[in-house]
Structure formats: C-alpha cells, structure tokens
Design a protein around this ligand. Structure first.
Ligand code: ADP
Length: 454
C-alpha cells in the first residue's frame, strides 16, 4: 500500500517512528522546521525537507506544506506522531483526499472521538461506562440547566465539547454558581475551540487515571494491550506512567479491556488508540479516547513485548492483525519517567545547548530520546527531551532500576526534571502506589525542593 513514509513530527517520537519504519523496510522522509535541521531523525531519514520557519503554525501544523513535501519526495503515507496534527480530522481527511495513507484511524473516527459529547455518546452506546452527567450538550434554558445540575449532583464539572489539553473545564461546587460557570465556559470554548457547546459531568474527587491501549485492523479485529496507570500528573500533564496498574483486580481490568475492544468494533476503529478512564471506588469512568500513538506507549511495549508503532504501520499497510487476545500477557512491571527540559522546581522551560549527554543503560532499561552531545533544545516546542523506562519482574525491581538509571544519567548544559524524578522514586506515596491524580500537586505544594530550602 505504501513504501515511503513521511514523518510529520519531531523529537523522540519522530526517531521512534523512523526506527519502526526502517525495520519494515520502508523509505523515510523527515520534514522539519528551520529550527530543527539538527534533529537526529532528520540525519537518519532517507530524505529530508525543510517545510518552514520555527513557529509550528508555519511548519509542523502547515498542512499544505506537508502535503507538498509528500508530493515532492514521493511519500505515499504520513505518520503524524502525537501532538501537532495527530488528532486533526481535517488533516487526516486532507491526507486521504490527496490519495495518501494516513497512519491512524479514518478521519471520521477522529472527528467522532474528538468531540467529547459525540465520543461519550458513542461510548455509552457501545457499553463503555461513562462519568454520569448531562445527556449530551446543555440546552440554553437556565431552568433546564439548573435541573440537569441537580440531577447530576454537586460537585460537578462543566466541560467543553471541543476541549482538550486540560483546557475548557470548570468545577462547580454549589448550584448558585452553575449558570455563571456555564456561561464562562461557553464563552471561552467558543473562542478557544470554535465550539461553544458544553456539558455537565459529576466531579470525581480522588480518581486515578487508568487507560487501556487498543490496536485494531481494518478487518474488524481488535485487541487490548493491557492498561497504564498515569495518575502522576501536574496540571493534567502526565509525568510518570506505569503498567500494570497496581492494586486493581485483573478481572476488573480485563472486563474494561473487553469493553474497549467491543467499542473499537462498534465504531469500526482502525489503528492504535487509547481509552482513558478515571477510576474511583472500584469503578471505571470513560473520559476520552486518544486516536493516536501516545507518549507513554513504550510502557506497554515493555510489559507485552509488542512493538506498537510497528503494529500501527502494519495495520496502515493493510495487514490483518496477527496478534490474538490470548497471546497478550503482561510480564513484570514497567515505569516511564518523562524527562523535560524544565527547571525541576519552577517547571519553566530550559532550552539551550546540551554540553554532555550520557544515556543510562543496563538490564531492563530503555531510553527513548533524540538527545546527543552538542544538541540544542529549541525554545519553540514541547519540552520533552527523553523518556526513561525501567522494566523489572516486580514493581519494586522496576523502581530500583529506575533509580539507578536516573542516578547514572549525565545531562549537562540544561536543567531537566531528572532531579524531580529522583525525588519521586523515593517518595512514600509513589512507592506505596495507588495514589490519585492530585497526588503530585499535593506533594509539590508540601515539599519544597531540598536544594532550595532555606
Ligand atoms: P482533555 O481532553 O482536556 O485532556 P479530559 O476529559 O481528558 O480533558 O480531562 C482532563 C483531566 O481533567 C482528567 O485527566 C482529570 O484530571 C480531570 N477531569 C476530567 N473530567 C473529570 C471529572 N468528571 N471528575 C474529576 N476530574 C476530571
């Protein structure tokens, strides 16, 4: 179906995709901004093309430029990675219309899951448990809104249909504050997402974030590849992910995994995807589906032994899945620490030149990164520079190995969050496991950084 893959992304994921493509004997094309000519995957690709200035809007988000690059280089498929255009239904359909293969689901699936109201409706119909709330978007009538608020119960959360990246949400604890919150969220959502539609959901106070990885082909076959616990978050951004999720019964996870597979079949989903759930008091509640490969996919690769990006490309190439659900077993425990070019205390970005980088290694250690000695981290993009992964027979062994990897890493010239992860690997709440999504923010509020204490 295709033999040349254009990688419409940058950084570690572009390199990850390049390696999977190379393993399958595909030719690769790297497109990059003027700020990214020195990226590792740009050097390794069979062909490279600069598509615009540093600003993402003019390069990595510039659809006409990317399509033009595909034409110029003879690429017949485009992998969007994560972020940028990965969840743009318009981009996926533009790629389809140009007669190219979009490495992802059909644009219609992206559109369906990209709107929170339609996604929730589709999941509800497919038997996936959802957070209780208003049935669909809110009406205009204030009395009806108040009635729906009462039915939902307080505290509740007002969410924008078109929201994403943790934006477009407002918690409401008392009925008298509801109408104002609805009006404000509508106004903001209209401006930010071009869609003022909002809905209500019960606000869960202490949930964990548990997600299910799925893989589906175009012939109606689908499997789930275990779960990930991504509860360690700051401002809704994941910092640490692990698999399996500690302390949750395997039967409960298998039941929700089976529901996700049913849902893939119900919406004719194709490719890799992730069903995200909040988990509280033994119940799973669907919040959203990501219709792309995720940053934390290697956690699942370590425990299942499945090369997720390879499978994603094989499905896009039109191959039927060869994996059967019974073949998928989780072995041991894996943890990922996201290393960002950020100050470990203030979290402000720390772009600049990496004067020295020595990657950790050893049994059970995997490092996904585009770093090398002398590489300059540009200030224009996401600050993720490396993912440290540790795999062990047990969670304890994975933690021990992660501590070793973090202590062995040398990353000089820029500040990074390595020091934060070193603290977290020893933090009693993390070590005990089973913490909720507010754990990290509580920890950061209570425990100033040891180096900066008076
Ligand atoms: P986004 O698309 O912006 O990431 P999500 O619907 O995935 O939005 O929600 C992002 C985060 O907001 C969740 O990970 C969780 O921390 C919080 N959240 C969302 N819905 C609820 C809810 N009903 N109760 C409690 N927290 C929620």
């Amino acid at each position: 179906m295709f033999d040349t893959l254009l990688i419409a992304n940058r950084g570690e994921i572009a390199l990850r995709i390049l390696r999977a493509a190379r393993d399958l004997g595909l030719r690769t094309v790297a497109v990059h901004s003027q700020a990214d000519a020195n990226l590792r995957h740009v050097a390794l690709a069979d062909q490279r093309l600069c598509i615009g200035p540093a600003a993402a809007a003019q390069s990595y988000l510039n659809v006409p430029r990317i399509l033009q690059a595909a034409e110029l280089t003879g690429a017949d498929a485009i992998h969007p990675g994560y972020g940028f255009l990965a969840e743009s239904a318009d981009f996926a359909s533009a790629v389809e219309d140009a007669g190219l293969v979009f490495v992802g689901p059909e644009s219609a699936s992206i559109r369906l899951m990209g709107d929170k109201v339609s996604a929730k409706q589709a999941m509800f119909e497919a038997g996936v448990p959802c957070v209780p709330g208003s049935p669909g978007a809110l009406p205009q009538d204030p009395d009806q809104i108040l009635g729906l608020g009462e039915a939902c119960g307080y505290p509740l959360i007002v969410k924008a249909s078109g929201g994403g990246g943790g934006r477009g949400m407002r918690i409401v604890r008392e009925p008298q504050l509801l109408l104002e919150a609805v009006a404000m969220t509508r106004e903001e959502a209209g401006r930010a997402f071009g869609n003022p539609e909002v809905y209500l959901e019960k606000f869960l106070e202490h949930p964990r974030h548990i997600e299910i990885q799925v893989l589906a082909d175009r012939f109606g076959n689908a499997v789930w590849l275990g779960e990930r616990d991504c509860s360690m978050q700051r401002r809704h951004q994941k910092i640490i992910e692990e698999s399996p999720a500690p302390g949750i019964a395997r039967e409960a996870i298998a039941a929700i995994g089976a529901r996700c597979v049913d849902a893939c079949k119900a919406i004719a989903y194709r490719g890799v995807g992730t069903f995200e759930f909040l988990y509280e008091d033994g119940q799973f509640y669907f919040i959203e589906m990501n219709t792309r490969v995720q940053v934390e996919h290697p956690v699942t690769e370590l425990v299942t032994g499945v090369d997720i990006v390879r499978e994603q490309l094989l499905v896009a190439l039109g191959h039927p899945l060869t994996l059967r659900q019974d073949d998928i077993r989780l072995r041991g425990h894996a943890i990922e620490c996201r290393i960002n070019a950020e100050d470990p205390v203030s979290f402000s970005p720390t772009p600049g030149k990496v004067s020295r980088w020595i990657a950790p290694a050893g049994p059970g250690i995997r490092i996904d990164t585009h770093l090398y000695d002398g590489y300059s981290v540009p200030p224009y993009y996401d600050s993720l520079v490396a993912k440290f992964l540790a795999h062990g027979d047990t969670r304890e062994q994975a933690i021990v190995r992660m501590r070793g990897a973090l202590s062995e890493a040398t990353l000089a010239g820029i500040s990074s969050t390595i020091a934060l992860h070193q603290r977290l690997m020893d933090e009693p709440g993390f070590v005990a496991s089973g913490f909720d999504i507010h754990h990290l923010e509580r920890f950061l509020a209570q425990a100033p950084h040891p180096d900066r204490e008076e």
